[in-house]
Design a protein around this ligand. Structure first.
Ligand SMILES: *Cc1c(COP(=O)(O)O)cnc(C)c1O
Length: 367
């Protein structure tokens, strides 16, 4: 059955910006330049400006952004990287991809990694902390930065869900040594397929990343280190430039919907309120309740589609078996995973639809 209110409806955003998107795509098609070119460099410059960093390197997807970031820092076999067990698979996948070992640290009630737990996971092999800004809420970067400095670790941001978020006035992507973003259609700013980018201030890393994503080439025909092909196509950059034109309204709308939910659901469920020192961009709007499964079925019966991000924790994934974790290792994450529910949130959802969802949840708790 097709839900009356779908969890996401990407076509609505195409319809909203159709004229501009069609023109941008046609421009690239007619230019005859499909890999590299003006659209790519303009998009990178605008993203760097938006994130408040010196440089941006566009890449093929957000997973590559993390893997390339780790690779550029010299992280590989024999090294350990600490991340959160409740992230999307790609956070752990990218660590594995460069040959490093994933170590998990439990999260706080706000879904982000707990700095004290991170500290306990540091060993002689630890090279980096991969902090995930889950749901678009900045992780406790100020504390994590102190820990990273003290133990001589790199602090890498998995900001795939958090473009536009900030902590103490600093944009995500500018809070660590290097920042990794996704432009996948399910993220707040998206292109017409897979896409990603890396934020970086260090000129040396910038140069290295540009080579690593382009076969390691330092000129047309020569390489001093093996790389891969992870370029972002011109057509995606052109669409990305259109999205950046509307960045302010898109981001404001996510926050507006979140606030509407919070006003409507106060006192019924645990709500993901922002702290005063942060901007949360609500990539997902995650509520918590002990009656999650019942509520999810109730909403489904009313034609409202909800999701769980993510139902299987990373340390319990079959692929992670060799890491030796068991159920009980991360009690906070393991508790939240049974209580959390993601409600529909995207710029084009109507206020009336949000009100319908609030009404349905209220009636569930009244019944
Ligand atoms: C989406 C996502 C990624 C991966 O990005 P892709 O573009 O899908 O490869 C990594 N980490 C997190 C937290 C994500 O949400």
């Amino acid at each position: 059955m097709i839900p009356r209110i779908p969890f996401v409806d990407l076509r609505r955003q195409y319809v909203a910006y159709k004229g501009e998107i069609d023109t941008a795509i046609a421009g690239v098609v007619e230019s005859g330049s499909y890999v590299g070119g003006d659209a790519v460099s303009q998009f990178e410059a605008q993203l760097a400006n938006l994130c408040g960093v010196r440089n941006v390197v566009t890449v093929a997807n957000g997973t590559d952004a993390i893997a390339l970031a780790l690779q550029s820092l010299g992280i590989g076999p024999g090294d350990e990287v600490i991340t959160a067990p409740n992230s999307f698979i790609a956070s752990a996948g990218a660590i594995n991809e460069v040959g490093a070992t994933c170590r998990f640290a439990d999260v706080d009630q706000n879904l982000n990694i707990n700095p004290a737990a991170v500290k306990r996971q540091i060993t002689g092999k630890t090279k980096a902390i991969l902090a995930v800004h889950l749901t678009g809420r900045p992780a406790a970067m100020d504390i994590l930065k102190d820990i990273a400095d003290k133990h001589d670790l790199f602090l890498v941001e998995d900001a795939a869900q958090a473009i536009g978020g900030s902590l103490n006035g600093v944009q995500v992507g500018a809070l660590g040594d290097i920042g990794c973003f996704s432009l996948h259609p399910l993220k707040n700013i998206f292109v017409m397929g897979d896409g990603g980018f890396i934020t970086v201030n260090c000129p040396h890393l910038y140069k290295k990343l540009n080579r690593l994503k382009n076969h390691g080439l330092y000129d047309r025909n020569n390489t001093a280190m093996w790389g891969r092909n992870s370029r972002l196509d011109a057509i995606h950059c052109a669409v990305g430039l259109v999205k950046l034109q509307h960045f302010g309204e898109i981001t404001a709308r996510f926050i507006e919907i979140a606030n509407r939910y919070m006003d409507g659901l106060e006192g019924l469920v645990d709500l993901p309120r922002a702290q005063p020192n942060m901007v949360v961009v609500y990539h997902n709007f995650v509520i918590q309740t002990d009656r999650r499964d019942e509520l999810m079925s109730w909403l489904e019966s009313k034609g409202i589609e909800t999701k769980i991000h993510y139902p299987t924790l990373l340390h319990l994934q079959p692929a992670a078996r060799t890491l030796g974790y068991t159920y009980g290792d991360f009690p906070v994450a393991e508790n939240i995973v049974n209580k959390q529910l993601s409600l529909p949130i995207y710029p084009e959802i109507q206020d009336s639809e949000v009100d319908d969802i609030i009404f349905a949840i209220r009636s569930f708790f009244d019944a």
